[in-house]
Design a protein around this ligand. Structure first.
Ligand code: BGC
Length: 255
């Protein structure tokens, strides 16, 4: 029980990677604010899974693109559980379109969910910690595409690249407050975000060829790293991006 006594906020905790993370943090002893926007049933499933291992979860609907919702998320943690020690900026979305066809709304939406949301939620999280003079942990679920090109997903890559620079900057700004910040860069993980890919056999085969470990990742693969970064064992770890991609980022070869 590495996270006993801690309170965690996980955005997008009703499906995919966020669901796996919220369950893991809850089962490691943290009380968890399980945020969702659309996946209400999934969020309650997350809560039940946490309860099944003896933990506590609170489901909160909030849209990370809305400032009032972001503040309410942090306030709920403090009101219900008396603190918020760990923030996992997980909620994310992606849309495929060629650069020359990308509509303004799709660009705005991806930036709002993937970058603006984490920016202002982190701000609300830090403001409370700063006035309470408490340390904290911030973990952003970024992507291998905070660095690596992903043709057809330029807006998505811009948002993840921005998340990378946000983390670099906040490492310096928040370090003196005792707050660490790290990014996790998942590769291809089995979740609803890549449903189209999972259903396209030839594309999936081609991708598997590029993954040295020869398989897609699971939400558990990501959740384990989050739990470690949130734990006391990682108290000196800040400013890093941790790849969880089965080697995808390193696999360049000429045929
Ligand atoms: C994307 C997935 C993609 C993976 C590897 C992730 O950031 O969300 O759609 O399969 O990167 O390219």
């Amino acid at each position: 029980m590495r996270l006993q006594g801690k309170v965690a906020i996980v955005t997008g905790g009703g499906s995919g990677i966020g669901q796996g993370i919220a369950k893991r943090l809850g089962c490691e002893g943290a009380r968890v604010i399980i945020n969702y926007r659309g996946s209400e049933a999934g969020a309650h499933e997350t809560r039940r899974a946490i309860e099944a291992c003896g933990g506590v979860g609170e489901v909160v609907r909030a849209d990370v693109t809305k400032m009032d919702d972001l503040r309410r998320l942090v306030d709920t943690a403090w009101e219900k559980f008396g603190s918020a020690d760990i923030l996992v900026n997980n909620a994310g979305m992606e849309k495929r379109s060629d650069f020359w066809d990308t509509p303004e709304e799709e660009y705005d939406q991806q930036m709002a969910v993937n970058l603006r949301g984490p920016f202002f939620l982190t701000q609300a999280f830090v403001r409370r910690l700063r006035s309470a003079k408490k340390p904290g942990r911030i973990i952003n679920i970024s992507s291998v595409h905070e660095d690596m090109a992903f043709p057809g997903f330029t807006a998505y890559c811009c948002s993840k690249g921005g998340l990378r620079m946000m983390m670099h900057n906040l490492t310096v700004e928040l370090g003196p407050l005792g707050i660490t910040i790290n990014n996790i860069a998942p590769g291809a993980i089995v979740t609803p975000i890549n449903k189209a890919l999972l259903e396209d056999k030839p594309k999936l085969e081609a991708l598997l060829q590029k993954i040295p470990l020869g398989r897609l990742g699971t939400t558990d693969d990501v959740a384990g790293m989050v739990a470690w970064l949130a734990s006391d064992e990682a108290s000196y770890v800040t400013g890093g991006t941790f790849l969880i991609d089965g080697g995808l980022m390193r696999d360049y070869h000429e045929q």
